[in-house]
Write a protein that binds this ligand. Structure first.
Ligand code: GAP
Length: 454
């Protein structure tokens, strides 16, 4: 099943945030202490959905292919990693301070230029003041110099806090792959082209975290570095672009008319990229980047070779030719995928004259496939029978839930909100003829089915 192709209502973000908290998908990070900007915690339902998305990705991009291998590298890496990769010098966003209220903002996200264009990452103090771009906090237009702010989180390693112990939390999972490229080549001898995949946390000290989980300071990436011979990069780039579309549309089921490609112009590309296509999605906040596909050339392996003094060359088994492979990188953010899924699934309709919220999640992604309930919880014979059905389904499908709270109408509303496709109710007829009521989330229609046929 895939999501039906719906026009996504742009005003839905607040509803999605509120449902996420109310039903245990996502809570604000450190909520009990008033929060921690840019961090979010996944609750019981959110963890189930997130894991399904991540394992669907792993299955599609790693397990079903012959040319892909996985790795799981450390988050804290030797700081030379970030010198070689260019992150210590170039991984920054433009930061500007309001001369009146002293609020600090990401300069390129403050509005438009005087002639109506988006502000670029190279925007200056003069441009901001000339365009009378307003401070989001105090409304004045009195901007200071725009400075580059490095987004890597610093930490120190060991029982000392001096400069020699300085380390960073990784801002991308990619470098854990590049630094292991030679280990993999020397241990499993893969034929080129081949790829390495990794899923894991990444950290960026975003100047303005915003839009729910969309721009967080701690988030999860799913990245592939695909190593090719330099003359094959274009072909491989096309292959991965197609594969990314297929994953998003066929495996996750996102509506294809909400997915768009942006060929990123040279001045907006990351420092390592010679070509980038961003796959954008129509989120409730507008059309924004869901993932990126980049041609990273031999930038990373070349830099590692220089910094470490160790050869990163690949020797072809057939011709004996040696060269540094080039790299195609499909890079997904789990939070961006999660938010695309939630915003595609969220729907409101009317049932029996009452407004209903329903998460139309595809069956393979829904946290629970079935909910089992006794019609009345104070009738031991119904509870006993319902428990038997529940235990049998649970043994077979695992993600089955039990609900005997409130009345049956309330249970349906709750299961609709968490996206459970089918509710199974055990009533007095069940005791007579071994049939149950199966109620469908999307149509709300009910059918009588034999337990043996469930
Ligand atoms: N290794 C390449 C790389 O990290 P990127 O475009 O900076 O490229 C890749 O990030 C993906 O990571 C993005 O397309 C997005 O899905 C996700 N991402 C980046 N910054 C994020 C943030 N602050 N919050 C949530 N997801 C983020």
């Amino acid at each position: 099943m895939v999501f039906s192709s719906i026009i996504i209502d742009m005003s839905r973000l607040d509803d999605i945030v509120s449902l996420s908290k109310r039903r245990g998908f996502i809570f604000p990070g450190s909520d009990v202490y008033g929060g921690m900007a840019g961090t979010w915690d996944y609750g019981p339902l959110g963890v189930m959905l997130k894991r399904k998305l991540m394992s669907e990705w792993w299955q599609y991009f790693v397990e079903e292919r012959d040319d892909m291998y996985g790795i799981d590298a450390a988050i804290i890496m030797n700081p030379r990693t970030w010198v070689a990769s260019g992150h210590t010098t170039t991984f920054s966003d433009p930061l500007v301070e309001c001369g009146d209220c002293h609020g600090r903002f990401r300069a390129d996200k403050l509005g438009k230029t005087a002639d109506g264009h988006d502000l670029s990452a190279k925007v200056t103090k003069t441009e901001l003041n000339k365009a009378k771009v307003k401070c989001p906090t105090c409304g004045k237009s009195n901007w200071g110099e725009v400075k580059q702010f490095n987004m890597m989180f610093k930490t120190s390693v060991g029982a000392v806090e001096d400069a020699t112990a300085l380390a960073y939390l990784r801002p991308e999972t990619a470098q854990g792959i590049f630094t292991n490229y030679k280990n993999v080549v020397d241990t499993i001898y893969p034929d080129l082209p081949f790829g390495l995949a990794q899923q894991g946390k990444a950290f960026r000290n975003e100047i303005s975290p915003r839009d729910f989980i969309f721009r967080s300071r701690e988030f999860e990436q799913m990245e592939i570095e695909y190593f090719v011979s330099p003359d094959e990069w274009e072909e491989s780039f096309e292959h991965w672009l197609k594969a990314c579309h297929e994953f998003l549309e066929k495996r996750i089921g996102l509506p294809s008319d909400c997915i768009h490609e942006l060929d990123v112009p040279a001045e907006d590309r990351a420092h390592y990229s010679k070509r980038t296509i961003d796959i954008e999605f129509d989120y409730p906040i507008g059309r924004e980047e869901l993932m990126g596909l980049a041609y990273r050339t031999d930038f990373d392996l070349g830099n590692i070779q220089r910094e470490s003094g160790k050869s990163m060359e690949y020797r072809r088994k057939d011709s004996g030719a040696t060269f540094i492979p080039h790299v195609i990188e499909p890079s997904f953010g789990v939070e961006r995928l999660f938010m695309a899924v939630l915003s595609s699934a969220y729907d409101e309709d009317e049932v029996g004259g009452e407004k209903r919220i329903v998460m139309r999640l595809p069956e393979h992604l829904a946290p629970y496939r079935f909910c089992v309930s006794p019609l009345l919880k104070n009738k031991p014979e119904l509870v006993k029978k319902a428990q038997k059905v529940y235990q049998d389904l649970k043994a077979k499908y695992h993600n089955v839930t039990w609900d005997d709270s409130g009345n049956i109408g309330k249970r349906y509303r709750k299961q609709d909100e968490i996206g459970t496709p089918k509710c199974i109710v055990i009533d007095f007829d069940t005791l007579e003829d071994d049939t149950v009521t199966v109620r469908d989330r999307d149509t709300t229609k009910q059918k009588r089915i034999k337990i043996a046929d469930l």
